[in-house]
Design a protein around this ligand. Structure first.
Ligand SMILES: [Zn+2]
Length: 402
């Protein structure tokens, strides 16, 4: 391990995850994180720039859900970007598309559960992800115009928002399954729902740094630095940003044949806004990317580091296997899609997605804090990526492509 790598990792963990904390897009902390990353690339003497774009800034108080004198327990959450409301109305419960299609909901609060809330519902404006089931739920909610919606999480406690959509005009919350039972047992009574939110336009920033090589063809190394609302985002995805900064410092020490581009993406957790902005400016340059290496969910103390290759040539896959063999605690996994590498491999750029297999239910939760991070595992990923870059440095565009 190079001198000072471990120290730098610990320092970045402290600054980015402990000091700055939750970094939801549009928030002041998100801007502080962008500034920290920008400054750190600068410290490594790497040319760095910001890509700015508009986004929504949103926050909410805990919701109040009451039936008579009784209130739901604290296992409730306002759905991200929900408008505010103060509604007292009868409830109508629906647990299938057919029930929702047949319900009359004007002046009512709709209680959605079962098949309708088994997973987060894709936002209406998502650039590429819209399963038919989700499209129908969104369409029916718009058409039926309930005063508000309460969604029952499949989780018994600690629900996560099932709707995260700034195009939805119906105020809504998600409650634990336990609160859902209480509501379903009281369908004959009026429920009072109070949602207090603040909403404004804000700005998001990607941070892009470049080490010029002897040739313009580039290796992209990326990680998203934003978090879901209210989570310190240690595993998802502070650790990978820490690795990105440590990699920049290490790779800036030696000359390279290929150009190396580092991207700290913003807005991965909401609509992939940073990716959209990056594409707007850089998509035309994708044919000159040798490979993209994305890190998301690395460094778990009780985990195993993983690597998956996508849109790659046989030779590139073989090289990844060779590098993995020199790291006995890293394994190759099947490709997975839901992170920034999607932006690259889906457009034909050979990509490697680095993550880890470890504890369940960590990403997006309030307890995703630094207690889960093993600085040695982050260093392992840093060294692993340095080795990959070494092997790719002189490879041609054609060599990595299938
Ligand atoms: Zn992530």
């Amino acid at each position: 391990m190079s001198d000072g790598l471990q120290e730098r990792i610990n320092q970045h963990i402290h600054q980015l995850i402990t000091e700055i904390g939750p970094r939801m897009i549009g928030t002041p902390a998100n801007r502080s994180a962008a500034k920290y990353i920008y400054d750190q690339f600068g410290e490594s003497d790497i040319a760095v720039k910001l890509q700015r774009f508009d986004c929504v800034t949103w926050s909410a108080e805990p919701p109040i859900i009451a039936i008579g004198e009784e209130t739901a327990d604290h296992h409730t959450v306002v759905n991200t970007f929900s408008p505010p409301c103060e509604v007292t109305a009868p409830m109508v419960a629906c647990n299938s598309l057919a029930q929702l299609a047949n319900a009359s909901l004007v002046g009512k609060i709709v209680l959605l559960y079962g098949d309708l809330t088994k997973q987060p519902i894709a936002p209406k404006g998502h650039p590429f992800y819209m399963p038919e089931h989700h499209r129908r739920i969104n369409e029916l909610l718009d058409a039926k115009r309930p005063s508000a919606a309460i969604l029952v999480s499949p989780r018994f406690v600690d629900p996560l928002p099932i709707i995260e959509d700034w195009d939805i005009v119906i105020p809504s919350v998600t409650v634990s399954a336990a609160n859902g039972i209480w509501l379903l047992k009281n369908l004959d009574k009026n429920v009072r729902l109070t949602i207090l939110t603040e909403h404004s336009m804000g700005q998001g920033r990607n941070v892009i740094a470049t080490i010029p090589g002897e040739r313009p063809e580039r290796i992209v190394i990326c990680a998203h630095f934003d978090t879901k609302i209210n989570t310190p985002g240690a595993v998802d995805n502070g650790a990978a940003v820490v690795a990105l900064l440590a990699l920049a410092a290490e790779l800036a020490k030696q000359p390279h044949n290929a150009t190396i581009e580092f991207i700290a993406f913003n807005g991965e957790e909401y609509y992939g806004l940073g990716d959209t902005e990056y594409l707007r400016n850089y998509e035309s340059t994708f044919p000159s990317i040798i490979a993209a290496i994305n890190m998301d969910g690395i460094g778990q103390w009780t985990g195993t580091s993983t690597a998956a290759a996508l849109a790659h040539s046989e030779a590139f896959g073989q090289t990844l296997s060779e590098v993995v063999q020199t790291y006995p605690s890293v394994i190759i996994t099947d490709p997975w899609y839901a992170s920034n590498h999607y932006t690259f491999f889906s457009r034909g750029v050979p990509s490697i997605a680095i993550s880890s297999i470890g504890v369940d239910d960590i990403g997006h939760f309030v307890w995703d804090d630094i207690g889960w991070l093993d600085p040695n595992k982050i260093a392992e990923v840093v060294n692993f990526v340095i080795e990959l870059v070494k092997r790719l440095d002189t490879k041609s565009i054609a060599w990595t492509r299938p």
